[in-house]
Design a binder for this molecule. Structure first.
Ligand code: NDP
Length: 480
């Protein structure tokens, strides 16, 4: 069985402890590789390497840094098939999704920030007759990037790319559940000519190696994407150390459908926004609010289409949904479906585990599930499930839709379907979320701010926001 290694100082290394943990393939439920069970000793080694590399990397001209990062982006592109297969095997997602979304987005993330840095400028503020202020923006030093399992390389690269482009050295940890594409990234970094120690990739568990990254005094900033509970712990730990923090956390996103929408466009997009990646995208719209006059039509069409979706193993080109990421996660999703029943919900379609034929008979498959008849404030409608489960709820007025949409502790993303321009703007303005899509979903422009309000996080990623996060501003005033 294959053993993965940490990538430290440009070399693949065993964990100091010599301990490994099992890596499961969600499609079969079988262990297929071992990953380092790294700890604070490995973090120390990575910090030493990053400390040596920082003066070299940060002093390099932006043009040189940009060239290396463009090569890194091209390196992933060249190994597209290898990355696609690895992502799909590690995560359980349909191979078509990894090919069309995950890996191309990782390529774009590196390419985008490799070129964005060439145009990154700082401000100057002129004071009439008094003098001038100018602001410099320098890399922070060593930064930590911690990412989740749902879009493994996509979210890993979304943090690492701006951090490196801005001139920082990085200690990064992918989720222990989906380590493989992060492991491959080290090879691409070597081939691209990234100086040793600039990017260090450590594998292992959150509470062990993740925590050691968060607590290390020489790691000056933490960019984290994951659950709200973990984010809260990281804020509590790193806050008193005055680390810069960017926290992209959970969501429970509303999808608000008005009767005047383009029904067919709404329906096909709502199918995606509900169940893409088995509903394991932080931006999925898991609470669907539908104007009462079209509720019966929507319910019939939505249930009919979803009940025909194919749940299958990731390599099946006809799979609409693959496996969810792990056995504990599958159990969590199924327990929420039970909770929904206890809370008075009716399962309109789905609701059960799917057993495929061997060799996938032990894989973690769940039917796409639509539930109705729940109150907006019950646990099923308030807590993040993060799986192929949505609720549908009718509403009568715009005010009622907004009240229900804004009722959770989260505020990541929202979707609005209407052809009334004034209403679209009005509702978008009042939605408590960091991202709003009108008559669309998951359209991403990497220049735009990305992140959530309330318990969905602190700070924004994307475009200049990310480059500002990964740099320290200093204002210098000169008197005339
Ligand atoms: P977790 O919070 O469990 O884990 C996220 C990462 O943090 C993993 O690498 C994990 O390691 C690590 N980690 C766990 N505990 C600690 C700790 N004490 N100190 C440092 N690191 C730690 O989230 P999931 O991986 O389960 O991801 C799903 C969550 O991510 C959902 O809530 C989802 O909404 C959110 N998410 C948010 C996005 C956004 O942009 N706002 C985008 C995508 C997902 P390990 O897994 O190895 O334990």
């Amino acid at each position: 069985m294959e053993k993965l290694h940490n990538f430290i100082n440009g070399a693949y290394l065993e964990p100091k402890s010599g301990e490994y943990i099992d890596n499961y393939e969600p499609a079969t439920g079988q262990i297929y590789s071992w990953i380092p069970d790294s700890d604070s000793d490995d973090v120390e080694l990575a910090v030493e390497a990053a400390e040596k590399a920082f003066p070299i990397w940060s002093a390099m001209s932006v043009e040189e840094r940009s060239k290396i990062l463009v090569k890194l982006s091209e390196g992933i592109d060249k190994r597209m098939d290898e990355f696609v297969a690895a992502e799909s095997k590690d995560n359980g997602k349909p191979i078509t999704l990894a090919r069309h979304v995950d890996i191309p987005r990782a390529v774009s993330n590196f390419h985008f920030f490799a070129t964005a840095i060439l145009h990154f400028a700082s401000e100057s503020h002129y004071m009439e007759g008094v003098g001038v202020n100018y602001t410099t923006r320098k890399p922070i030093g060593i930064v930590g990037c911690i990412s989740p399992w749902n879009l493994p390389l996509y979210l890993f690269s979304w943090k690492i790319a701006p951090a490196l482009a801005a001139g920082n050295c990085v200690i990064a940890k992918p989720s222990e559940i989906t380590p493989y594409t992060a492991y491959l990234l080290g090879k691409v970094a070597q081939e691209a000519g990234l100086p040793n120690g600039v990017l260090n990739i450590l594998h292992g568990t959150g509470p062990k190696v993740g925590d050691a990254i968060v607590k290390h005094p020489k790691i000056k900033a933490i960019s984290f994407t994951g659950g709200t509970k973990t984010g809260e712990y990281i804020a509590r730990t790193a806050g008193p150390m005055f680390k810069k923090l960017s926290l992209e956390l959970g969501g429970k996103n509303p999808n608000i459908i008005f009767s005047d929408c383009d029904f067919e466009d709404m329906l096909s997009t709502t199918i995606r926004s509900s169940f893409a990646n088995q509903g394991q995208i932080c931006l999925c719209g898991s609470r669907i609010f539908v104007e009462k006059s079209i509720y019966p039509r929507f319910k019939e069409a939505f249930v009919e289409k979803i009940s025909k979706s194919k749940v299958s193993f990731p390599e099946d080109p006809k799979a609409n949904l693959g496996a969810v990421v792990s056995e504990p996660h599958m159990e969590k999703i199924l327990s929420y479906i039970e909770l929904a029943k206890q809370e008075g919900g009716t399962i309109l379609t789905g609701g059960k585990r799917v057993h495929l034929d061997a060799p996938h008979d032990k894989g973690y498959y769940i039917e796409p599930t639509i539930i109705e008849g729940l109150s907006f404030d019950c646990r099923t409608n308030q807590e993040e499930i993060f799986g192929p489960v949505v609720t549908i709820t009718p509403f009568e007025t715009e005010e009622e839709a907004l009240m229900m949409a804004n009722s959770t502790q989260y505020g990541l993303a929202g979707t609005i379907w209407t052809s009334d321009l004034k209403r679209a703007h009005r509702v978008a303005d009042q939605l408590q979320s960091g991202i709003v899509w009108i008559n669309s979903w998951l359209v991403r422009d990497l220049r735009t701010p990305f992140g959530g309000l309330k318990a969905s996080g602190v700070g924004r990623e994307g475009g200049w926001e990310a480059l500002r996060f990964f740099t320290e501003a200093k204002n210098i005033f000169i008197k005339y």
